[in-house]
Design a protein around this ligand. Structure first.
Ligand code: HEM
Length: 401
């Protein structure tokens, strides 16, 4: 199958993770850099090439605003979205938000994450079945982000609804931003922008201990974030920090189901859990591609990619590259080193990585501690693996310890 044939399929239908992995394997061998006319994109499959794309923001830009029709609400949202910014704007935003969103701030969240996870699991105490996404994997990251931002408890359900609509599966599968999608998102963004602006104003007037108060106060070299930039950053936290973390948690459970020895090993030695989470990140890569736009003609592998083209750097393929990993299709929780690219690489490396790792570690510890066994039940539904690898519905049978 050529890239173009596969591209037609990529554009028109959904794909499961196994189909994608088989395609990646073939493409790494036969066409590691390939032009996909139907989808209008270039694909990059090997670890070294993906890393190179992500490491060179001057040539591979993250700014797609030229593809998007102007929309006031979306523009405001994009202003503080550092994921879609290039240097030097990226550096200004990243430095400022990093001042507020520090590893120490994240580490201090641990006791709250424990409480939130306990509350969610208590709601299902004694049940012999639950649906992991609705009952734990989705509300946990949304509640944690809402708390981090100081969103009052009574507003959290609304916040959760926004998070769900911004990360709706249908918004994950079209690689090229288009007008319909932008319009649909603008409606949610308008509501959310208005709410966030009000929240920021309240915090400016009466600062608290939350991240928004810290963002309002953050200053580097005389520069500060304006309200629109903070609104955009809040939106990014919801978008970037929700579905990915949910997917990772479902992927841990799916890996434990596939490799029952690992569940036993983790119960016997919980200190192996961080390594196991890294291997789940590699083995079932939550965000399958990262997207870039070429700013100039550039040679990648044996191909010349023209300026102004969309490049899909397939993290999920790089993570199975036999040139980089010994036995890449073996799930090995003791793999070291494990240079997976699931959290990105270079200037856009995931800002929320410590939080994602912490949330998932706590959630898995709780699950292993409470349940002596869990088994995936009928009715699992998966995301389209061209965008997100993970379950959107994961019913589980439980045995309580
Ligand atoms: C960036 C993955 C969780 C916030 C990224 C990127 C990846 C990624 C691959 C880089 C994208 C690119 O270069 O195009 C993940 C995964 C997660 C996760 C797999 C969970 C397992 C989170 C969480 C937060 C977060 C919990 C915050 C609450 C961000 C931000 C960026 C980012 C702000 C943009 C950084 C920048 O552009 O400088 N993430 N992420 N992520 N992530 Fe995450």
């Amino acid at each position: 199958m050529t890239a173009t044939e596969q591209g037609t399929r990529l554009a028109d239908q959904s794909a499961d993770a196994a189909t994608m992995l088989a395609w990646f394997r073939r493409m790494r061998e036969s066409e590691p850099v390939s032009h996909d006319e139907e989808a209008g994109v270039w694909h990059v499959f090997r670890h070294a090439d993906v890393e190179r794309v992500l490491a060179d923001p001057g040539t591979f830009s993250s700014d797609f605003s030229s593809f998007m029709p102007a929309q006031e609400d979306v523009d405001r949202f994009i202003k503080g979205n550092l994921l879609r910014k290039d240097p030097p704007q990226h550096r200004k935003l990243r430095t400022l938000v990093s001042k507020a969103f520090t590893p120490a701030v994240v580490a201090r969240l641990a006791p709250r994450i424990e409480v939130i996870a306990d509350q969610l699991l208590d709601a299902k105490a004694g049940a012999d079945q639950l649906e992991l996404v609705a009952d734990l994997a989705s509300p946990l990251p949304v509640t944690v982000i809402a708390e981090l931002l100081g969103i009052p408890a009574e507003d959290r359900p609304m916040f959760g609804r926004w998070a769900d609509s911004l990360v709706a599966p249908e918004s994950q599968t079209s690689f090229i931003p288009n007008e319909d999608r932008t319009k649909a998102m603008a409606v949610v963004m308008r509501e959310m922008n208005a709410y966030c602006l009000e929240h920021i104003r309240r915090r400016r007037a009466a600062p608290g201990q939350d991240l928004v108060s810290k963002l309002v106060a953050a200053e580097v070299d005389g520069q500060r974030l304006d309200d629109d930039e903070i609104v955009g950053f809040v939106g990014l936290l919801l978008l970037a920090g929700h579905i990915t973390t949910t997917a990772l948690l479902t992927n841990v459970v799916l890996c434990l189901e596939e490799f029952p020895d690992v569940a036993a090993a983790l119960r016997a030695d919980p200190s192996a859990l961080p390594g196991a989470i890294e291997e789940v990140l590699r083995f079932r890569t939550p965000l399958a591609p990262s997207m870039r736009r070429t700013t100039r003609e550039v040679q990648v592998g044996e191909h010349t990619v023209p300026a102004g083209r969309i490049v899909l750097a397939w993290l999920a393929s790089a993570n199975r590259d036999e040139r980089q990993f010994t036995a890449p299709d073996t799930f090995d929780i003791r793999r070291a080193p494990n240079p997976h690219l699931s959290l990105g690489h270079g200037i856009h490396f995931c800002l929320g990585a410590p939080l994602a790792r912490l949330e998932v570690r706590i959630a898995v510890e709780k699950m292993l501690g409470r349940w002596s066994g869990m088994a995936v039940a009928d009715g699992v539904e998966y995301h389209d693996a061209r965008g997100i690898v993970g379950a959107k519905k994961l019913p589980l049978h439980l045995r309580w310890a």
